[in-house]
Design a protein around this ligand. Structure first.
Ligand code: G6P
Length: 472
């Protein structure tokens, strides 16, 4: 029977070794959370890196056997590959460029060459598992070359590609020395998906100006075949978040945390450690808010969770230091014996704890400088069983296109963030409920299952259309 093969840099689990024992932890980030409920169906399979260096072939085999039972197949990366492909080209060249931080991007031929080699490694791993009828769904910026590599080896296969991060405007994308190769890599797909219409438009414009292929209603005709480009805003597993938040266990936790926090109002901030998330800017806005609105002293607490991520990359290390300093400065300036304006945690948390935090938060402050979609804001909404709470959301997050009931802000406008905080903290309950209700209805409907079926249906449609074009 035909199966779906999901391919992404990282598997939805992270391997760790403790006292000789192998442990499997859930991976951070939207992708792992988003597709978590899909890959275990039928014979489906997820191919990716288990997040740990394993050099011993026997151990590699043991891990492969272990996780095969969970519908996963590993691609092992060496230490050099992690340095040059993952930390290097993926996260020091592509990530900053695609998030409009091109001043942070490095351009090194060696990193590029390892990026090509590792994409080839993933290609071999997929070819070893794929049957002719299978559908291959490649994810994200670490594997931009994979669709074309697969197309060469499996010319008739069905290949979808989805990019979870923004696609920058042509003026930014063209800065990359390997811009043409990257686009050609993506063009091996039958369907290329983005979260937003704007990302899709930027991609089509780069294809046109760099590779020379025009498009009509998202269809691109290369010299040999046609493919479709479209937008598919990703949803969350709404049911999972709303039902977890409604459990007694989570409600109990919420009460305990609330009691311990000793604040009338809680503002919540949750992100992976990343400069694209605007964490430092958010802290500065909160500091200015405390300065401008002293009536909130001893009444409001910012609960700030930063999930460790990519901490071997220089810019991430620097950001961690900047956040530590800012939190120290603000707490040093405003804390009282019985009140800390910021409660800051640098670690990851299990779903039940996050769910209790979401329930407890009167305001969620989600203010990325740039974000492909942002699922944290959607999880917050889904967890609000009583529909009370206000979302402050950056215009630069893909999710802002769907969530017009949030208080939308420009994360570069510190004064606007300060005023939004005041508006959110003083918003009448009926108004909060009206906005929350609208957002919940939309997220419940456009959930992760809807997203997967939209993408899959469109992919089948592309294959049918290609056949009819070939025979006409
Ligand atoms: C974002 C990316 C994912 C990535 C995740 C976590 O959500 O779109 O591709 O897996 O961040 O980052 P990491 O570098 O730890 O895989």
């Amino acid at each position: 029977m035909a199966k779906l093969i999901i391919v992404s840099n990282r598997l939805p689990v992270k391997l760790q070794e403790k006292e000789g024992e192998l442990l499997y932890k859930t991976s951070e980030g939207g992708l792992a959370t988003g597709l978590g409920s899909i890959y275990k169906q039928g014979d489906n399979l997820w191919i990716g890196w288990p997040g740990m260096v394993v050099d011993d072939p026997k151990k590699q085999q043991r891990i492969a056997d272990d996780i095969r039972k969970e519908s996963m197949s590993p691609v092992f990366l060496t230490e050099t590959e992690i340095k040059e492909f993952y930390e290097g080209f993926s996260n020091e060249t592509l990530w900053p460029t695609f998030h409009y931080f091109s001043q942070y991007a490095i351009y090194e031929q060696q990193l590029w060459e390892t990026y090509v080699e590792v994409n080839q490694k993933y290609c071999d791993a997929v070819v070893a598992q794929a049957g002719p009828e299978d559908t291959i769904w490649v994810h994200d910026y670490q594997l931009l070359l994979l669709p074309s590599m697969l197309r060469e080896r499996l010319p008739n296969s069905t290949i979808g590609f989805f990019q979870h991060i923004p696609f920058p405007s042509y003026e930014i994308f063209r800065l990359l020395p390997w811009r043409k190769e990257l686009l050609e890599g993506m063009l091996g797909s039958d369907l290329v998906g983005f979260h937003t219409y704007d990302d899709m438009r930027h991609f089509l414009s780069s294809v046109n100006r760099i590779v020379g292929y025009g498009s009509m209603h998202g269809w691109i005709n290369t010299n040999s075949r046609s493919l479709l480009v479209d937008s598919f805003p990703m949803g969350i597993d709404y049911e999972k978040y709303s039902s977890t938040a409604a459990t007694e266990e989570v409600q109990k936790r919420e009460q305990i945390y609330r009691g311990n926090l000793n604040a009338e109002k809680v503002i919540l901030s949750i992100d992976r450690l990343d400069y694209s998330k605007g964490i430092a800017q958010r802290l500065k806005a909160f500091e200015l808010f405390l300065e401008k609105y002293p009536e909130f002293h001893e009444r409001v607490t910012l609960l700030m969770l930063v999930v460790p991520s990519r901490d071997a990359v220089e810019k991430y290390k620097e950001l961690k230091e900047e956040i530590d300093e800012l939190v120290g400065r603000i707490n040093g300036r405003y804390s009282r014996i019985s009140w800390n304006p910021i409660q800051y945690f640098y670690r990851s948390y299990p779903l039940e704890t996050l769910s209790a935090f979401y329930r407890m938060a009167d305001v969620a402050l989600v203010t990325p400088m740039r974000d492909g979609m942002n699922l944290v804001c959607k999880e917050y909404i889904a967890s609000k069983s009583d529909q009370k709470g206000v979302l402050i959301l950056s215009e630069m997050a893909g999710a802002s296109k769907e969530l017009s009931d949030a208080l939308l802000i420009n994360p570069n406008d510190i004064n606007q963030m300060v005023e939004a905080l005041n508006t959110a903290l003083t918003m009448p309950e009926e108004q909060q409920i009206a906005h929350m209700k609208n957002m919940q209805e939309s997220l419940q409907r456009y959930n992760i299952h809807h997203w997967v079926s939209m993408f899959m249906d469109r992919l089948s449609y592309v294959k049918i259309k290609q056949l009819s074009l070939a025979t006409s």
